[in-house]
Design a protein around this ligand. Structure first.
Ligand code: ATP
Ligand code: MG
Length: 463
């Protein structure tokens, strides 16, 4: 059964893990999808914004016109490629502030609802004539070239669109003292990029309800699983306790019943009537076994009482006299002489207790000390008055493992090692003791170390 529960726990943990992985995968997929939709919606909203805005379009015309003159100078070899790029840069730099301002104005009209930066990157500039293609700039070979817009790295942004500006350019130039008409084609490719501030947060915000729902479902499944397994373990514990109890009580009942059967059989024989001594002996045995059975049933019935059901009849008792008497009586009831008692009961304190119940509680602890003791058993009994009245009963017996200690005072609980199972018991003694001490508004605690011994401390209020 325990193996089954362990398997169930492992299977549930694995199932939960698999479920979380699948959920994580699905959430990640949704995140990617939402991100794609969000980026493409934004892209759509701002795409070709400069083409449709007269002010931006005009500014584009300005740098393009300038650039055609620069490129003409390059064509007649007046300037180098790097100078072309430097000059282009200085033209666009000079108009960039106004360009950004105009762009932001256009963005405002679009009402997109979040902050966005824009830039135009140069991809390629190629000069074409009948002889060759001359690449002036290629973003794949060189570092990036921001033509217009705001500063942000390629990694930080998303592509909006590509645009290609192609033009034929005719111009007149003095070459070797002669006016010459020159034509070339220009291919200027740019890429518009955008940077949406905090786009991750915006996408996550769009997923809030989904995230909350999945966390809630996860917690619910986890909680249900935890609750079911915990319940199962408790059920198993209760079932074990019940089985143990039934085994113990049958065991306890067997001996007196067997003796009773034997005794009644003997009484049926005719000879026994003539033998007065044997007859009396047998009747006494029947009586004794009967009392034993009665006691056993009383023990089960009484010892199952909860502290609210115990009706105390308290009286003032002198602690020294009372405790010494109990110990003396208890010593008398023991056959074994090898048990040493160390008493330190010298406090003449008036305590307010129900003598009958309190004695039962103390005897349960003393009986346990003997039952679970060693061959040379020593029992220490010590009392003192603090704010409360304290009685300490310790033994040098087999001790109780730490993990079992919290359950000692539970109904029917018996420590699950073999040494203990050789000793008869119902697991009710300490439960009942605890109930009695509770009924006296006191507390009982245990300290124990395996192999060294156990000590119980009872603390009851003075009045
Ligand atoms: P009974 O109902 O007849 O008293 P029991 O002695 O088994 O049966 P409790 O007195 O409630 O039941 O004790 C519960 C368990 O605690 C015992 O079975 C034993 O394992 C452990 N225990 C109690 N006292 C001691 C002790 N002094 N030393 C070692 N183990 C102890
Ligand atoms: Mg006991």
């Amino acid at each position: 059964m325990l193996k089954k529960i362990r398997l169930l726990i492992i299977a549930s943990i694995l199932g939960l893990l698999a479920l979380s992985l699948i959920q994580g995968y699905l959430i990640n997929n949704t995140y990617k999808q939402k991100k794609d939709v969000f980026i493409s919606e934004t892209r759509k909203a701002i795409s070709r914004l400069d083409d449709f805005s007269p002010s931006l379009d005009k500014m584009n015309d300005v740098w393009q016109d300038h650039f055609l003159n620069i490129i003409a100078d390059y064509y007649v070899k007046k300037i180098s490629k790097s100078t072309v790029l430097e000059k282009l840069n200085s033209i666009t730099d000079s108009i960039n502030d106004t360009y950004i301002k105009n762009y932001n104005k256009e963005l405002l009209n679009k009402n997109i609802g979040y902050n966005l930066k824009f830039q135009k990157q140069v991809k390629t500039i190629i000069l074409l004539d009948s002889i060759r293609n001359d690449t002036i700039f290629n973003s794949k070979l060189k570092s990036s070239f921001r033509l217009l817009g705001e500063e942000f790295s390629i990694k930080e942004g998303h592509k909006v669109s590509n645009s290609l500006w192609m033009t034929d350019h005719n111009f007149q130039r003095l070459v070797n003292g002669k006016e010459k008409s020159i034509t070339f084609n220009l291919q200027f490719e740019t890429e518009d990029r955008m940077n949406i501030e905090g786009w991750e947060k915006i996408v996550l915000r769009k997923m809030t309800s989904l995230l909350i729902l999945s966390v809630f479902i996860f917690l619910l499944v986890f909680g249900l699983l935890y609750y079911s397994i915990k319940n199962l373990i408790t059920q198993k514990k209760i079932a074990d306790i019940k089985t143990d109890f039934v085994n113990n009580i049958t065991h306890e009942l067997k001996t007196p019943l067997a003796t009773l059967t034997l005794a009644t059989k003997m009484l049926k024989t005719k000879e026994i009537i003539s033998k007065q001594g044997i007859f009396e002996n047998t009747v006494n045995t029947i009586e004794r076994q009967n009392i034993r059975l009665q006691k056993l049933i009383d023990q089960v019935l009484n010892n199952s009482l909860g502290y609210q059901e115990i009706q105390l009849q308290k009286e003032l008792v002198n602690s020294k006299k009372y405790l010494n008497l109990i110990v003396a009586d208890f010593q008398l009831s023991l056959d074994s002489k090898s048990i040493k008692f160390h008493k330190s009961i010298n406090i003449n304190q008036e305590i307010f207790i129900d003598k009958f119940y309190f004695t039962t509680a103390l005897l349960n602890i003393l009986e346990n000390a003997v039952k679970y003791g060693k061959e040379h058993l020593e029992i220490n009994i010590f009392s003192k008055t603090d704010e409360n009245f304290i009685i300490l009963i310790s033994d040098n017996g087999i001790g109780i493992p730490k993990k079992e200690q919290p359950f000692l005072f539970d109904k029917f609980y018996r420590v699950g090692n073999k040494e203990v199972h050789n000793v008869k018991g119902l697991g009710l003694g300490l439960y009942y003791t605890n109930q009695i001490i509770k009924a006296h508004n006191g507390i009982i605690s245990v300290e124990s170390e395996v192999g060294k011994g156990t000590s119980f401390t009872i603390e009851i209020p003075l009045n």
